[in-house]
Each structure stands twice: as structure tokens, then as C-alpha cells.
Design a protein around this ligand. Structure first.
Ligand code: C2O
Ligand code: CU
Ligand code: CU
Length: 492
């Protein structure tokens, strides 16, 4: 056990039975396997997963225009993929036999009508992460689709919703497992007047893969349940360290999704010119030059990337070292290569407009609420809490009203980073408290995930435009499943 941890937990906790669980998992992690509870995670290199292949294109969901909607079918089922030489195929759970799931792309104002079939051995839901859609179509844990059953999801994309979203399961207690087995896909909403439509686009879905010795997807260890799962591999569009071609001087528009369970990715492209142009809910007002950016689990960004290939700097996309307060596993201490970028022929650089759109700041709130994250390591049944409580499907934590501006203060009183996420709408971060003082957010952006490091606070404003129960939770999926989630009941 780490020293820091022992100091934090103090002596009293040593008496709790829980004390012995992390200890045993750690020894297993270190390779002693004393309890047999979790096998040591085999080394990435030893497994022989292919890398360096061209970046795979995402499959698209076929849609047909009928009855005023775009209609399609989505099926969740198991899928065997041969991954490792000399090993049996790896069983994933996938949407339409594809990992990641098929990409869905619509234009603002369009309506999607989807037939969903659940051929998994357990119940599931499909949650449309970040989209402003009716609560009864949003795949809440309260609306499960049982194994062997199906349902239709139908919703329209309102004007102003152009942005970068995704879909994934959200069943009570099984979200982490269903996502790490492969169930997640991207959802892009376009605007008819998009100031960046002239740039070639690349879509990059970052996900975690953790395999056991036999090449099967490993179950969560005790460390994964505590810290959030991290596997041997971070994949991009289902491939390990694939390569992408970028011309010298070429400007591309990248959409990047953090679909990992728990990694806070400090993304950088050291050899290139990078401008942040969009967040979860679409474009920001003006491009911002960035050296790196923090992408917490669940969050997305849009970047304008120009190929510079500065000498002496790594040419690819990397995640810089980042410590997120993990209790059991090691922090990411070294730069992690995610994607290789290969120099293509020299091209002229397309213009980057200096204004992208206007975002009206949300007015003064009429409701203020506090959301405090805490951890109780002495109680294995309810370790991850919001306002002192673990999630209860039958409890409404807050009651709000359609159209009212709310301001929430997210206060992380725990020891790990916890990325806050809210369903059904986008929010604006207004202020952040770094433990010393409040600082105004320097630009307007629509987001649905914000990372809150321990000892820090974030204030954000939002409005819900549709009635119904809306989830809010930590987007480390193991924490969500363990109860770090609540429900806002929005009244008409
Ligand atoms: Cu992507 Cu409730 O989450
Ligand atoms: Cu969501
Ligand atoms: Cu968390």
C-alpha cells in the first residue's frame, strides 16, 4: 500500500475488513497473486496486439428517410474479434458488430427513430450522452431494456445542438462493464452553416482495453473498482497506436472523444499547431491556441490541427503525465503515445475563421445547489457519495423546473479527481476554485462534463428545457456504478 494512502486513511480504518481488500488486490497487481482474486495484468508488449496500422475509419449507421425521420436499427450483442496471434478470439459486446459502435451523424432539426434490440445476457439502456432530448428517450437506468427485448428511441435534434456527442449503455450498476466490453459509439450533430465545414475531418475515439493472459477482456480488479479501470491499451477507433496522415501545413478538424472508463487525458501534439475550436456541446466563440488540454472521461473536444512536424518533438498525439489521486494503481507517470502522425505532402493551410459563433452567457440563476463529492473508504457498500448519499433509483435528489437557470457548485471533498456530468442539457462553467480562491472562467463554452480535482470546486450554470428525471454523476464509470450518482427531477 502506498504511504500517502496510509497517511490519508489513518489508523482507525486498519480495523475495518475493507482494509484487507485493497491490500490483497495490490499484491496481486504486483504479481504475487497471493489471493487469486485478480490475476496480474499481463504486459502490453507480451500480448502481441498489432499496432501502427492506418487509423480505422468509423463505420456509419445506415439511416433511411421515412415518415419525417431518419430510421435505423441498433443491436447490442456479443462479438468475437481475433486480436492476438495464437490466442482465441476476444469476446466483445458491440453495437451492430462493430467496436466502436457505428457512428451516427445528423443535422440540426432532424429526427432520429431507432429500433434497438438487446441481445446481451443482461439488461441495458442506450443513453445519448450530452444530447438535449426528452428524458424518457435518454436511456435512464429507470427505463431498462431487458435481455432479449427491444424498444424504439425517437428524438429530434433542436437548432443550436450541433456538437460532438456519444451513446453508451446506462443500466443500473452495469454501465462500466458494458462500456469496457465495447458498447459505445459516437454521435455528431451538424449545423447547416458550419464555419469549419471546409476543413477535412478526422474522428478519434479513445477507449481502454484490458486483456487477461488468454486474450479475454479482463474483469475489473479491486483496484479498478476503486480507481476506475485502466487497461494495458488505449485504443483509437478500436486500434492500438494507429497512424494518421497529416500534410505539412495541412489544417484538419479533429473531434476527440474520451470514451475510457476513468483516464483523465492531458492531450498534446507537441510537434504541431493546435487550436481548440469546440467542446462537448459544439463550437466555442473564437479559436484558442493550446499547448495541451485536459480531456476527462466522457468529454469531447474539437481541434484545428495544422501539420508542422517541429524537429526534435514527438510527431504524434500523446497524453502527458497526469496524477488523478488514484488510491491503488500507479499514476500515469510518463507520456503515453496514443496515435502516430505521419507527414504527408506539403499543402496550403486552410483559413481558420477568427469568430466561430456567439454564445450567450446564461443569466443569473434563480436556484443554487451544492453537489459535494466524497469518499468513504470505511464502507465498501457505499464508498463513493454525492452529498453523503449513494445513488438510489427511487429517490429524487433535487427537484427543478423547466426553463429555470440553476447554478450548481460541484465541490470535490474526496481524494481523487471526479469528472462531473449532467444529462439532458449543456452547462456553462462560470468559476473555478483551485483551493486558494475563485477564478472566473476565461471563455464561454457548452459542456456536459467537467473534471473536479480533489480540494477544488467548480460553479456551472444550466437550464433544462424538457421535463423528467435527469441523472448527474461522476463519469468514472466504476464510481457511477458504485453510487456516485443522483437524479434531478425537472418539473414542467
Ligand atoms: Cu455518459 Cu450518464 O453518462
Ligand atoms: Cu450522459
Ligand atoms: Cu469519480
Amino acid at each position: 500500500m502506498q504511504r500517502r494512502q496510509l497517511m490519508q486513511w489513518g489508523g482507525a480504518l486498519a480495523l475495518s475488513p475493507w482494509f484487507f481488500r485493497p491490500a490483497s488486490a495490490e499484491s496481486a497487481h504486483a504479481g504475487h497473486g497471493a489471493t487469486g482474486e485478480a490475476a496480474p495484468m499481463p504486459d502490453a508488449a507480451a500480448l502481441g496486439l498489432a499496432s501502427g496500422l492506418p487509423l480505422p475509419d468509423l463505420k456509419r449507421l445506415p439511416l433511411e428517410r421515412k415518415d419525417g425521420a431518419l430510421q435505423g436499427c441498433l443491436t447490442a450483442a456479443s462479438l468475437n474479434l481475433p486480436l492476438l496471434p495464437g490466442k482465441p478470439a476476444t469476446e466483445f459486446w458491440a453495437y451492430n458488430d462493430s467496436v466502436p459502435g457505428p457512428a451516427i451523424e445528423l443535422i440540426e432539426g432532424e429526427t432520429l427513430s431507432l429500433r434497438f434490440d438487446n441481445r446481451l445476457p443482461q439488461l441495458t439502456t442506450v443513453h445519448w450522452h450530452g444530447l438535449p432530448i426528452p428524458a424518457d428517450q435518454d436511456g435512464n437506468p429507470h427505463d431498462p431494456v431487458l435481455s432479449g427485448q427491444g424498444r424504439d428511441y425517437r428524438f429530434s435534434l433542436p437548432p443550436g445542438s450541433a456538437g460532438t456527442y456519444w451513446y453508451h449503455p446506462h443500466p443500473h450498476g452495469h454501465t462500466a462493464e458494458q462500456v469496457y466490453r465495447g458498447l459505445a459509439g459516437v454521435f455528431v450533430v451538424r449545423s447547416r452553416n458550419d464555419p469549419l465545414a471546409h476543413l477535412p475531418e478526422r474522428w478519434l475515439v479513445l477507449s481502454d482495453l484490458k486483456l487477461d493472459d488468454g486474450g479475454a477482456i479482463a474483469a475489473n480488479s479491486e483496484a479498478d473498482k476503486m480507481d476506475g479501470r485502466e487497461g494495458q491499451f488505449v485504443l483509437v477507433n478500436g486500434a492500438w497506436r494507429p497512424k494518421l496522415a497529416l500534410g505539412r501545413g495541412e489544417r484538419q478538424r479533429w473531434r476527440v472523444w474520451n470514451a475510457t472508463s476513468a483516464r483523465v487525458l492531458k492531450l498534446a501534439l507537441p510537434a504541431h499547431e493546435v487550436w481548440l475550436v469546440g467542446t462537448d456541446g459544439g463550437l466555442i466563440e473564437k479559436p484558442r491556441r493550446v499547448e495541451y488540454l485536459l480531456l476527462p472521461p466522457g468529454a469531447r473536444v474539437e481541434l484545428a490541427v495544422t501539420g508542422r512536424f517541429d524537429a526534435g518533438k514527438p510527431a504524434g498525439l500523446i497524453a502527458l503525465p497526469y496524477a488523478r489521486g488514484k488510491m491503488m494503481g500507479p499514476e500515469q507517470g510518463k507520456a503515453l503515445p496514443l496515435l502516430d502522425v505521419e507527414a504527408g505532402p506539403t499543402e496550403t493551410t486552410a483559413a481558420l475563421p477568427s469568430r466561430l459563433r456567439t454564445i450567450a452567457p446564461l443569466p443569473k440563476p434563480t436556484v443554487r445547489r451544492l453537489v459535494a463529492f466524497s469518499e468513504d473508504m470505511s464502507n465498501p457498500a457505499a464508498m463513493f457519495l454525492i452529498n453523503g448519499k449513494a445513488f438510489d433509483m427511487d429517490r429524487m435528489d433535487f427537484s427543478g423546473k423547466v426553463g429555470e437557470v440553476e447554478e450548481w457548485e460541484i465541490d470535490n471533498r474526496a481524494d481523487m479527481d471526479h469528472p462531473f456530468h449532467l444529462h439532458g442539457t449543456q452547462f456553462q462553467v462560470t468559476e473555478r476554485h483551485d483551493g486558494k480562491g475563485w477564478r472566473r472562467e476565461s471563455y464561454l463554452a457548452w459542456r456536459d462534463v467537467v473534471n473536479v480535482p480533489p480540494g477544488q470546486k467548480v460553479r456551472l450554470r444550466f437550464r433544462q428545457d424538457m421535463p423528467g428525471p435527469r441523472m448527474f454523476h461522476c463519469h468514472i464509470l466504476e464510481h457511477e456504478d458504485a453510487g456516485m450518482m443522483g437524479t434531478l427531477d425537472v418539473r414542467a
